[in-house]
Design a protein around this ligand. Sequence first.
Ligand SMILES: [Zn+2]
Ligand SMILES: [Zn+2]
Length: 351
Amino acid sequence: MRALTVKPEQQGSLELVEMDEPAPAEGELLVDAIALGVCGTDRELANGEYGWAPEGSDRLVIGHESLGRVREAPEGSGFASGDLVVGIVRRPDPVPCGACARGLFDNCRNGEYTERGIKEIHGYGSEAWVVESDYAIKLDPALTEVGVLMEPMSVLAKAWEQVDKVGGRSWFEPKSVLVTGAGPIGLLAALVGAQRGLDVHVLDRNTEGPKPKLVKALGATYHTDGLAKAIEGTEPDIVIEATGANALVLEAMAATGAYGVTCLTGVSPAGRTIDVDAGALNRELVLENDVVVGSVNANHSHFNKAAEYLLEADHDWLKGLITRRVALEDYEQAFGKSSGDEVKVVIDLES
Ligand SMILES: [Zn+2]
Ligand SMILES: [Zn+2]
């Protein structure tokens, strides 16, 4: 079978290689891949910025946004040949820490967790893969064309859960949400906001392409004139930040109304400094009982919730998020610099 691999921390090492098909161990499913989503993490792996190969291997099969069809399932696993499945990305650390011991590995404390396609375990970027049946999520067949959005959706399922938990410390009936960034994460954040009946605002830079249309189709408002304009007249109860752009992250923290929750989901590059009025930001947070919460990764409950969110959504709208599909042999096209109006690129793995 063919597999998309990198030599971790080696720039330009992205390569399609021929590998033996994995043999399922006890309790594992053998899965024929359907599609693989590509995101910023994969581009960073391809650029050699980080990544860890499994022990005894110099290459890592990348890919964490999976979708496949079960070829073989063990008796009593709850899965059968033909089932549509997605694999969970992270595995608990071996110690395990208190969070991992309770299945909350998305909040691992010691950093010794492993991740499919990123950290010490091969990913889902191959024509066939195996997955432990208790780290596989079965999807409704109605999600065949959009199920590849499960992993990014799971990240948002966690982010919204965090917002609810933080808000739940007092009376919390939010009416509005501002989402910064209209990439896959931002648009999926907006989708959940719309499903909850909130007044949804999305801020991005692109004035053309699919993003404004996708936002409008949710009944949400699309803004391109900066954050101050986007919150004019209505300070949002919730901000979900999905750009990681330094200046915008700081603005987003101060953008909410009283008792606001800002959830940061984008990762900023370190080492770039900007001037900030720390006193004003402190006053805003304290005097409004605001909270800023970071959120990353997802556990079983978030993947299960993601499947619900996707099933409930308009599937044509979800299809609109997949702005490009490339064949496996054309994988390089999925890793080039993407244009501003691109949302999600998917590699077709079905042979
Ligand atoms: Zn990703
Ligand atoms: Zn842990």
